[in-house]
Ligand binder design. Structure first.
Ligand code: ADP
Ligand code: ZN
Ligand code: ZN
Length: 749
């Protein structure tokens, strides 16, 4: 390749599905350049940081038009080959601009051109002043004691980063340092020798089903296999993950653990940190840009051997990856709903396939997609059918509330059951998946309701602080003192949200302590950790919360779960409504009776005769899921068919609809010109629905429309998108709207 002809194909963070050609920066030897390095380039009147994806010796541009890149920012590829491959796949499969794929996959500071070097960090070690007497004093300071235990465990000291992830970095740490019991030192967080002793604490003795699961995983080490670990709530899935990871670590390999957004509690992290001597890196949306960069660099430089994180950490480069775990694989938070609409679970599977390593998808309520993949033999199923240890499955019961008097949404039998448990010194979890005080504010005189000015939705009444709030666009308004329509002062709050049930429960149980957990009470970084610590002291109390409280937590003293309302999922306009409702109810129910005390679950419903609710109560999730899958097959819906949604929205009503009509027209033409495809027959048949308005048609002052394509053949759908994307990009209407492609959508309307 001659010097002068070298052309860099660069991915830039712009919404175009292509790479851009540049010449090498002046005085740079192209031999020193390679894919995965960052370059600064002029783009229009801006300077952008891009990623070299290819070094070519030709271009379609004329040489006068070709510009020089300004500067190369890396001496070796920042994006390792493995991650490059993953990003290319995402661009092709999700039909997303390659530059924006990198923007999703890389920490913000790297995108801005920062240097990704090993950083310095503070490490804490036990100081010489720490004595037996100090040890005694710590008995009254459990959090300080925990820090001391960690500092003891890690010879080189415990890092500030690690303590922070465990929620231990505040006052307790300061207290220890002030007393001179802990000594801090600054050290390079460079890769160190991997500990020869992998385990820091003894593993639990597995029950036979757990053992079988771990054995199967161990046998699969070093080859690709996708396992569905279908284990009821409290069956000890985490213990299976821990022991599978142990095996990988012993082989000198690393582990990636993906958890849902709210699953990443300090308790979860603590379980991994306490078990292993190896460094654990934690990635979640609450990190600052700098923290994210550090965690990313630690993983990429082989410093972290276990990476735990939420959705986007599926893109963390990890040398020598040995196993991937996706916990609560059914959880919606693995699917990104804007920008690049990717599924972290699906990308994780692809990554395991590329690397030739096993992946475990764990859940008590597996998605119908995954169950279907078990049926077709793509996944291997491992089952944990019983709770681990001495815990037994909770008993589920319905309370038919038709024509019963309700106190703030609670029936008498429910209140009596709560009273019974509280008097016995137990904890009760009250579940209501609606935050705020009341979902509707209505005029008793004329029927006026408070609507959002920007959305086709009602405003929710909040009392703390007092205001009307839109849960779709976050708009906030004062509560009117009189009806804006008829001036009547009689405005009534209709329906019940968590604030209102908290208020009612405080009134009915004045002497009981009450903890509310929803998005409004969880503001502030430590809020969740503090509440969980309070609950885990085990004292009798009532927990009220939304789905934030429903998933993943281990509350040993909760003996009753009260579900205030189970019906909304039954009438959802999304075909996945019932699947989601069944998952949520089963997960909430699973918070009850997780230790030696037996648990029960009471579900209030107006639909006590509904076959689906009854099936869930009497036969359990697995049976219901099997029936739902059969329904999907007959109705020709996913997972038996694949879907792609093209969405368009704008502040004017006409353009998005016009663009989607045009798109539907292009698709029809294409399908006429390419009948049957090479596969032929039904398999490549593509049906389209729409364009139609989204369920919430106007949101944040934008009118939203969608166009659905469905086919049994994924390839046929992707080929259609290959045809449509360039047409969309070139369309003048597309420039006036926000449009997006959603492959394998999870929320359909
Ligand atoms: P899951 O993730 O399936 O909901 P967890 O892994 O949180 O379940 O386990 C629930 C409880 O059971 C935890 O307290 C855990 O320590 C305990 N446990 C798990 N496996 C065993 C075992 N083999 N023997 C005793 N207790 C166990
Ligand atoms: Zn009125
Ligand atoms: Zn709104």
């Amino acid at each position: 390749m001659s010097f002068a002809n070298t052309v860099l194909k660069v991915a830039l963070p712009v919404p175009l599905r292509r790479a851009f050609d540049y010449l090498c920066p002046p005085l740079t030897d192209p031999a020193n350049l390679g894919p995965g390095m960052r370059v600064a380039v002029p783009f229009g009147n801006r300077n952008l940081v891009g990623i070299i994806i290819e070094i070519a010796d030709s271009t379609n541009l004329s040489s006068q038009k070709l510009k020089h890149a300004t500067e190369v920012l890396d001496t070796k590829p920042l994006v390792p080959e493995e991650l490059m491959r993953l990003c290319h796949w995402c661009a092709t499969y999700y039909h997303h601009p390659i530059g924006e794929v990198f923007a999703t996959a890389l920490p913000a500071q790297l995108r801005q051109g920062k240097i990704a070097n090993a950083k310095q960090e503070l490490y804490y070690r036990l100081a010489a002043d720490f004595s037996a007497e100090s040890e005694k004093q710590l008995q009254r300071a459990p959090r300080q004691a925990e820090i001391v235990a960690l500092a003891r465990q890690h010879e080189e000291g415990v890092s500030a980063h690690a303590l922070k992830a465990l929620g231990l970095s505040g006052a307790p740490l300061k207290a220890l340092v002030d007393k001179g019991w802990l000594a801090a030192r600054v050290a390079e967080a460079t890769p160190h020798e991997h500990p020869t002793q992998v385990l820091a604490e003894a593993p639990l003795t597995l029950n036979p089903e757990q053992q079988e699961a771990v054995d199967s995983l161990n046998q699969a080490m070093g080859e690709f296999a996708c396992f569905l670990l279908d284990g009821v709530t409290g069956s000890g899935k985490t213990e299976v993950y821990l022991q599978a990871i142990e095996k990988a670590l012993q082989q000198g390999r690393a582990a990636l653990v993906l958890v849902p957004e709210i699953g990443l509690t300090p308790q979860t992290v603590a379980r991994f940190r306490h078990r292993f001597n190896s460094p654990v890196s934690v990635l979640h949306s609450g990190l600052t840009d700098t923290e994210r960069l550090h965690a990313w660099s630690a993983a990429a430089s082989d410093t972290a051997r276990i990476v735990i994180g939420t959705r986007s950490s599926v893109f963390t480069p990890i040398p020598q990856l040995g196993i991937v775990i996706v916990d609560e694989e059914h959880d919606l938070s693995f699917k990104q709903q804007d920008g690049m609409r990717y599924s972290a679970r699906d990308i994780a599977i692809l990554r395991a396939r590329h690397q030739g390593i096993p992946i475990v998808l764990g859940s008590a309520t597996p998605s119908l997609e995954s169950l279907h993949n078990v049926t077709t033999g793509r996944y291997r199923k491992l089952t944990l059918s019983e709770r681990a240890g001495n815990a037994s499955a909770p008993k589920l019961g319905l309370i038919d509330i038709r024509s019963r008097p309700l106190q703030e949404g609670m029936s008498q039998p429910l209140l009596e059951a709560i009273k019974f448990e509280i008097e016995a010194g137990n904890q009760v979890l009250v579940f209501l998946n609606r935050r705020g005080f009341a979902p509707i504010l209505m005029c008793h005189e004329c029927g006026w309701m408070a609507d959002c000015a920007n959305c086709d939705t009602r405003l929710t009444l909040h009392m703390q602080p007092r205001q009307l709030r839109c849960h779709h666009c976050d708009a906030q308004q004062r509560i009117p003192s009189a009806c804006p329509n008829c001036t009547s002062p009689e405005l009534t709050a209709m329906g019940v949200g968590t604030e209102r049930s908290e208020e009612a429960i405080r009134r009915i149980f004045p002497d009981t302590s009450i903890v509310r957990i929803d998005r409004d009470t969880m503001r502030g970084k430590r809020a969740m950790a503090e509440r969980l610590a309070q609950i885990n002291q085990g004292k009798s109390c009532i927990l009220i919360g939304t789905q934030m409280l429903a998933k993943g937590h281990h509350f040993p003293n909760v003996t009753l779960v009260a579900i205030l309302e189970a019906d909304s999922g039954l009438f959802s306009s999304d075909f996945r409504g019932i699947e989601r409702m069944a998952q949520l109810i089963t997960q909430v129910a699973g918070r009850s009776g997780r230790a030696h005390k037996p648990g029960r679950v009471l579900i209030q419903t107006h639909q006590a005769d509904h076959p689906l609710i009854n099936s869930l109560i009497h036969d359990g999730y697995a049976k219901l899921a099997a029936n739902l899958l059969e329904e999907r097959r007959q109705a020709e819906l996913p997972p038996f068919q694949h879907w792609v949604i093209v969405r368009a929205e704008a502040t004017d009503e006409a353009t998005p609809m016009r663009l989607l009509r045009q798109t539907a027209g292009w698709a029809n033409q294409y399908l006429q010109d390419n009948p049957g495809n090479d596969k032929g027959g039904d398999s490549s048949e593509i049906a389209s629905f729409g364009p139609l308005p989204a369920l919430v048609y106007r949101r944040n002052s934008r009118y939203r429309n969608l166009l659905i394509f469905q086919s049994a053949s994924r390839t046929a759908l992707l080929q259609l998108l290959n045809h449509l994307c360039p047409l969309l990009e070139a369309s003048p209407d597309a420039r006036k709207v926000r449009w997006s492609i959603d492959v394998d959508p999870q929320e359909c309307f």
